[in-house]
Design a protein around this ligand. Structure first.
Ligand SMILES: Cc1cc2nc3c(=O)[nH]c(=O)nc-3n(C[C@H](O)[C@H](O)[C@H](O)COP(=O)(O)O)c2cc1C
Ligand code: SF4
Length: 553
């Protein structure tokens, strides 16, 4: 097919909402890289200074700057794939480069090949495979977001409607936004993207904020290693996410929305765009989404590879075509979000819970949990575990029951030595602390947190200093560099974990502890504040492994 001219590409995107990322992707796709000529053309057309544009483009992992770069295979070298021999795949594939965890930890090693994800244990066995469906839980405990996800055809509009889809929204639209806000408050739903902020409070703040148009952003960046739940939800239940966004739009008075999707989910982008088209064709989205003269529409925007873009204010800068540094807060996105206007940013799982709350009621949702908690949480389980996958558990559920009874325990009859929490950001839990329940109070009492619910399992054969080193290397690579405690601290900790630092063990521990505390107290965002949990928990649970490493250098 003939390549569209630069002018045609620019004309296709310049008047669209949030145009920079799709425009860069359009050129990248056509040319296989982003040349200087392209960047100059985009800079002139969108009025972005060339130096700023250059800095922004080179910040992302996946924008190639040399011919053919886009098509070079990228192999995951995340914490789980590193244990599965990912390096052999890198070495065995012509021109291959590496990438951080692309959210496939429940499958063999993933390789991004153009717009296709291949998975395999060796270069010869790489094939394109669908996301696995979530395993059923053996106790038949009631689910929320996964309740209908295994029904064939649920991803299409007809199948979604057959299983009750859009009924809750239709009922909500007959009431007032205030009724809807009260219902979400009463459900106790809190953000499932990591920070756990009450969803009803966030929506109410946007509803009450001055300034229009208001925006709903679905955070589908899912860059945390060990997390892959949002991909499953979007692949098998995209209309639930759209229905959740529509409900958020109705409750807050927003008229537009974006799904910010990580680069490494190309097939998911097609699924989402198909679902949005279906919803538009039926008038669920568009100029009369909430009735005559009451529009709501939404667009998918694909990221370009940067973990920090999952942080909500970095994400907003990225959407706006700016350098994706986190913003200083306050002000918060609820008043100063996309284009400095009131904005809801919610995680995929949070939004996908909404249709179920609308159809079955807030009390039903709240009571799914055990004890005083509210609702459920999807846990992405991976690593040295017999049945990896996404499991939806009631909040307050015992971790050991999930690990041993639902997921079959460690592979090969071994024992579980440690697990990570919140993907990597919560550090490790081990020994007696594996007796926690899956809820924030229980896990925070162990100086960790549940966050987005990624749990990676390491059996008793693993070198935990090595695992910690790989984790810290990830944070050092992904630190955006805006503030120096994180920019420098993550590198200093990586060096210590690879054998650097004082030769005396006591001095080494003091230095690592001091670095970590400084980072926690002075870093500007969650990345720099969470990274030291890796070293803190390593020292807490595995002092002997640390001592052996430091003393035997
Ligand atoms: C470094 C960093 C990365 C993050 N990555 C994600 C992410 O990939 N997806 C997500 O939903 N939230 C992520 N968050 C949390 C978001 O900033 C934000 O709290 C969340 O999207 C709000 O949605 P919720 O209230 O529905 O959880 C991240 C936070 C930090 C500090
Ligand atoms: S803590 Fe790290 S990732 Fe966050 S703003 Fe500072 S340098 Fe960037």
């Amino acid at each position: 097919m003939k390549r569209p001219s630069d002018g045609e590409l620019l004309a296709a995107w310049r008047d669209e909402p949030a145009p920079l990322l799709p425009l860069l992707h359009a050129f990248h796709q056509c040319d296989g890289h982003l040349s200087e000529k392209t960047l100059r053309a985009i800079s002139a057309d969108l009025g972005i200074p060339i130096a700023d544009l250059f800095g922004t483009v080179t910040f992302y992992h996946h924008f190639a700057r040399t011919p053919g770069g886009r098509e070079k295979p990228r192999v995951c070298i995340g914490p789980i794939c590193a244990l599965r021999g990912a390096q052999e795949i890198v070495d065995g594939l012509d021109g291959a480069t590496t990438m951080p965890c692309p959210g496939r930890c429940d499958q063999p090693v993933p390789v991004l090949d153009g717009d296709t994800i291949l998975c395999g244990d060796t270069p010869a066995t790489l094939t394109n495979v669908d996301s696995p469906l979530p395993p059923e839980n053996p106790d038949e405990i009631e689910e929320c977001v996964f309740a209908q996800i295994r029904t064939p055809g649920r991803a299409g509009l007809a199948g979604y409607r057959e299983t009750g889809g859009y009924e809750g929204l239709a009922r909500a639209l007959t009431g007032s936004p205030q009724d809807l806000l009260e219902s979400i408050d009463a459900s106790g739903l809190a953000g499932r993207g990591g920070a756990g902020f009450p969803t009803g409070r966030k929506w109410r703040a946007v509803a009450e904020a001055e300034g229009e148009p208001k925006t709903i952003v679905c955070n589908a960046d899912e860059g945390e290693p060990g997390c892959f739940k949002d991909r499953t939800l979007m692949d098998y239940d995209p209309h639930a996410v759209i229905e959740g966004m529509l409900a958020a739009g109705f409750a807050t008075g927003a008229t537009r929305g974006f799904i910010y999707l990580r680069y490494e989910y190309p097939e998911t982008q097609n699924i989402l765009e198909r679902a949005i088209e279906e919803a538009r064709a039926e008038g669920l989205l568009g100029s009369e989404a909430f009735g005559p003269g009451r529009p709501f529409d939404l667009w998918v925007r694909r990221g370009a590879g940067a973990y920090i873009c999952g942080e909500e204010t970095s994400l907003l800068n990225s959407l706006e075509g700016k350098h994706p540094f986190p913003r200083n807060r306050p002000p918060f996105p609820v008043t100063h979000g996309y284009e400095n206007l009131p904005t809801v940013v919610n995680n995929v799982e949070t939004l996908a819970s909404i249709p179920h709350i609308l159809s079955k009621g807030p009390d039903w949702y709240r009571n799914l949990a055990i004890g005083d908690h509210a609702g459920t949480k999807v846990i992405s389980l991976s690593g040295d575990i017999r049945r990896p996958g996404n499991y939806e558990v009631p909040l307050g559920f015992p971790l050991q029951v999930l690990l041993q009874d639902w997921a079959g325990g460690a592979l090969g009859g071994r024992d579980i030595q440690a697990v990570t929490m919140a993907g990597l950001s919560g550090g490790f839990l081990a020994k007696d602390d594996l007796d926690v329940t899956l809820d924030e109070p229980s896990i925070r009492a162990k100086e960790s947190f549940l966050g987005a619910g990624g749990i990676m399992v390491f059996d008793d054969s693993r070198d935990m200093v090595e695992v910690a080193h790989a984790a810290m290397e990830f944070f050092a690579e992904e630190s955006c560099g805006k503030c120096f405690p994180c920019r420098i601290g993550t590198h200093r900790l990586t060096e210590r974990l690879s054998g650097g630092g004082p030769s005396d063990l006591g001095d080494w521990v003091d230095e690592v502890t001091d670095l970590g505390q400084t980072m926690k107290q002075t870093s500007a965002c969650g990345l720099g504040q969470a990274a030291p949990l890796i070293t803190e928990s390593l020292l807490r649970y595995f002092p002997d492994q640390v001592a052996a490493r430091v003393e035997n250098r």
